[in-house]
Design a protein around this ligand. Structure first.
Ligand SMILES: [Zn+2]
Length: 307
């Protein structure tokens, strides 16, 4: 099955982080899931290179990137909840290269999918959580720098607020940051996004959509030339780090709202995976694969539309 979308993945998104709640195996498993389901063919997958330093510097400070390159544990890196090794830094540079590549592809083909990325807790001068490099911010800033876009939106539907992305783009009127998250969860405090929607514990499908729809309407009115979607799988009811109560069907509806919303408006969409810590890793993999399936279908419908 050929597809309009570009699909990006590197086997080196996997890195050894020791025993950890973050299932780094999931990137390859999502790829395998899509290949087994014949949603994509192996030949369709494009492998990114690591984001070059000059690209990283569009969203991060030189001091912070120096710390990462030298593997130094400083006040900038120590907020990470991962070890700091060359292999891990390389995996995060690859993810940033991957999201940038997917974003370039989205501008050409309407949709780009990175089977990784979505590391929204990293800010300009600081690691945080499981995030060293904010691939979403790097991709937006690189496309803007090259004059390929002016206005962008980041639609962050991870259960955790997108604090790093909010900080990078604070005061930047060319980028609309939306975060829909569980209010009483990490991170605390939450620096303001352009629009934050903080949900009550155990919010289910129906209430989620009732809050998501007007938030997306605000994104569409902003008129972005590209949407970067952080499609975290952790709003799922069975997530170990999340306290919302979405079902698998609810998460698919969520993905459709974003991705069909972009396709029907002719807005290029970039998918990144974000968080996902379901008790059963198969659930996390199935949620991410479903997001990709929705993105592939939406981009096909859009590309089949008469001009
Ligand atoms: Zn998360």
């Amino acid at each position: 099955m050929s597809s309009a979308a570009i699909v990006v993945h590197s086997p080196a998104y996997f890195c050894d982080i020791g025993p950890h709640v973050f299932p780094v195996e999931k990137f390859a498993r999502v790829r395998a899931h899509l290949l087994n389901g014949r949603e994509i063919a192996a030949g369709d997958i494009v492998t990114p290179g690591p984001a070059p330093r000059e690209d990283l510097l569009r969203a991060h400070t030189a001091e912070y990137i120096d710390d990462l390159e030298a593997l130094r544990w400083t006040h900038r890196t120590r907020w990470s909840e991962l070890p700091l090794t060359a292999e891990i830094v390389r995996a995060y540079r690859l993810a940033a290269g991957g999201t940038t590549l997917a974003a370039r592809g989205a501008l050409e083909r309407g949709c780009g999918i990175n089977l990784g990325g979505g590391f929204h807790h990293a800010s300009a001068d600081r690691a945080e959580g499981f995030c060293y490099i904010n691939d979403l911010a790097v991709a937006v800033r690189v496309l803007q720098h090259e004059g390929l876009i002016r206005r962008a939106a980041v639609v962050d539907l991870d259960v955790h607020q997108g604090n790093g992305t909010a900080l990078v783009f604070a005061g930047d009127e060319s980028v609309f940051t939306l975060s829909v998250h569980q209010e009483m969860n990490y991170p605390m405090p939450k620096p303001p996004s352009t629009l934050d929607v903080g949900l009550e514990d155990r919010t289910g499908d129906e209430e989620y959509m009732r809050r998501l729809d007007p938030a997306l309407a605000a994104v569409w009115s902003f008129g972005p030339e590209i949407v970067l979607y952080q499609a975290g799988a952790d709003p799922y009811a069975e997530d170990q780090l999340g306290g919302l109560a979405l079902t698998l069907e609810g998460l698919e509806t969520r993905d459709r709202r974003v991705l069909e919303g972009c396709a029907s408006r002719g807005i290029p969409a970039v998918v990144t995976l974000g968080g996902g810590y379901a008790r059963r890793m198969e659930d996390t993999v199935a949620i991410h694969a479903c997001t990709c399936r929705v993105a592939l279908a939406a981009s096909k419908t859009a590309s089949n539309r008469p001009a």
